[in-house]
Design a protein around this ligand. Structure first.
Ligand code: MG
Length: 264
């Protein structure tokens, strides 16, 4: 199922996205956060008539660095011997169509298209790979926006990856998905009808797979319901500038689009 969070005339709700793109998607409101036995309220909208938000509240977003060999190589880095983790603050999260706001201090901001793991109701603390699989609620699409110049100049990555709006997530959470070999794509352009493909990878090329990542992170910090792990990006990262739109998509989930603007 596809769970989304959205704004409608009556407020903010969670809902289940139904239908096919060709015939028109609808969203059926549910009565609570989508982890356990949710009930439809009976309210339904055309997806085109609501505004999607980031699909979940996260206490934290954990990023994984250098988890695709071709991306590690393009930045001149060795492959890590164990997962390389960092934190993106919850305040960096934005939803579909929200603007990525580039501060003037960042001179080279880049997209990173990523499969994003969403932790479910049980959370995860010191789980093995099997326990990690059980702790996963579903998957969404993420863009690990990074100020590459600041990542190079700072001894650690918090500033480069932590600006407000540097973590687009969405459009929804897909709960029924085999993520072992999915296409991960990023397109950038000024004209939505003429976007240029910048990244095109497959999740089978991850250095550490999803279960290994969740298990590893859970041995460092307790993963709470709704926490997100960004699983790393394939090769092709490149600069984005105000006036462009970034589209990130993961096969079987959907497309996440965000315009890029100047913050100051
Ligand atoms: Mg990344």
């Amino acid at each position: 199922m596809r769970f989304a969070r959205f704004v409608h005339a009556g407020g903010v709700s969670f809902g289940i996205v139904e239908g096919e793109a060709q015939s028109g998607l609808t969203i059926a409101e549910i009565d609570s956060i989508p982890f356990q036995n949710v009930r439809p309220t009976g309210n339904r909208w055309a997806l085109a008539d609501v505004r999607l938000l980031a699909p979940i509240f996260s206490s934290k977003v954990i990023g994984i660095g250098r988890n695709y060999a071709d991306h590690a190589a393009e930045l001149g880095n060795e492959l890590p011997k164990e997962p390389l983790i960092f934190i993106k603050p919850s305040t960096s999260v934005i939803g579909p169509n929200d603007a990525i706001r580039i501060p003037s201090v960042a001179k080279q901001v880049e997209h990173e298209a990523e499969l994003a793991v969403v932790i479910g109701a049980s959370g995860a603390r010191r789980v093995d790979r099997a326990g990690a699989q059980k702790a996963i609620f579903g998957y969404t699409v993420g863009n690990d926006v990074t100020a590459r110049d600041l990542q190079r100049s700072d001894p650690q990555w918090t500033r480069a990856k932590g600006f407000d709006s540097f973590c687009p997530l969405g459009p929804w959470i897909e709960t029924d998905l085999d993520v072992s070999d999915l296409e991960v794509r990023c397109e950038v352009g000024r004209n939505p009808d003429a976007m240029e493909v910048r990244q095109l990878g497959r999740t089978k090329d991850m250095v550490f797979d999803v279960a290994t990542l969740v298990s590893y992170v859970s041995h460092v910090m307790t993963l709470l319901p709704g926490d997100v792990i960004l699983t790393g990006t394939p090769a092709g990262v490149s600069q984005i500038v105000p006036g462009e739109t970034v589209s990130v998509s993961v096969q079987g989930i959907g497309e996440l689009r965000n315009p890029v603007v100047s913050l100051d």
